[in-house]
Every structure is written in structure tokens, then in C-alpha cells.
Design a protein around this ligand. Structure first.
Ligand code: CMP
Length: 139
């Protein structure tokens, strides 16, 4: 079924001027960008977004990285969008990512890994609602 997922083009990618290159890979995978905005997250926003990882040893570094520069938050729509996006992103650790995936091609490290994508339809809804008002999403 047609569904929506949430994506972030991370600071390592915006710094290297890869917003278009990453978006092209998402579109080539069959996903449609139905909302998009470039923002510079506050520490509070990043901590709130990644609250599920609060107890992880990498939490503080992750938050600091995510506010180190602008990001592009997007809503992606398509057939099985959550799974499709995870497939085109590749594994979290670029060293383990399949050939041709966004992280294999572009990521610098497990932290500076170019993109975030929702891991389930339930989390997609929560993450979309965290950054977008309904009227900002145009399908
Ligand atoms: P993301 O999908 O944005 O969700 C949590 C992020 O934590 C993950 O991508 C990684 O970029 C980041 N991260 C940093 N260090 C680690 C680690 N050791 N294990 C898993 N994720 C990590």
C-alpha cells in the first residue's frame, strides 16, 4: 500500500552539497518527496527527536553531530515507503552497507551516515508529526 516515511539528510551531506544527489537516489528508488525543508535543529529538538536513544553511549555525540550544521527533513511517499527507504539507505554502518546504497556511496562513518529513515510505519508517523504540520505535506 502507499505509505509515508520520514527522512533526514544529515549535516555531513548538506556540508558536502549532496542534498540533490541523495534526493535523486531516493526518487530513483520510487519514493516521492511530498514535504521538504532545510532546518538547523536546536539541541532540544535533536534530543527530543532521538529521545529513544537517550541511554545509549553515543547519544551525546549523535545530538552534537545532528546540530553541527543544517539538515533537510523530508516526508517520502510511495509503495511500502518505509521498507523501500531503508533498502536504498543501506545499513546504519556504511562499512556494512550494500553496494549502490546511499550510505555505501556517501556516508563517512556510522555517525556521519548521511541519512536517517524511520524504522517502522508507527515511528514514521511520530517522526513526521515531530517536524511537519499537516498542511506542509502536499501529496
Ligand atoms: P539514525 O538512523 O539517525 O538513528 C540513530 C543514529 O545514531 C544512527 O542513525 C547513527 O548515525 C547514530 N550512531 C552513532 N553511533 C552509533 C552506534 N555505535 N550504533 C548505532 N548508531 C549509532
Amino acid at each position: 500500500a502507499t505509505e509515508r516515511t520520514f527522512s533526514i539528510i544529515k549535516p555531513d551531506a548538506t556540508r558536502r552539497n549532496l542534498t540533490g544527489a541523495v534526493t535523486k537516489m531516493l526518487e530513483d528508488a520510487g519514493l516521492r518527496v511530498v514535504a521538504s525543508k532545510r532546518i538547523h535543529m536546536t539541541r532540544e529538538q535533536a534530543e527530543g527527536f532521538y529521545a529513544v536513544h537517550k541511554e545509549r553511549p553515543f547519544f551525546n555525540d549523535l545530538v552534537t553531530f545532528m546540530i553541527s550544521g543544517p539538515v533537510v527533513v523530508q516526508v517520502l511517499e510511495g509503495e511500502n515507503a518505509v521498507a523501500k527507504n531503508r533498502e536504498v539507505m543501506g545499513a546504519t554502518n556504511p562499512a556494512q552497507a550494500d553496494e549502490g546504497t546511499i550510505r555505501k556511496v556517501h556516508a563517512e562513518s556510522i555517525e556521519a551516515n548521511t541519512v536517517h529513515g524511520s524504522d517502522s510505519p508507527e515511528n514514521a508517523k511520530i517522526e513526521i508529526d515531530f517536524f511537519f504540520k499537516p498542511e506542509e505535506i502536499v501529496g
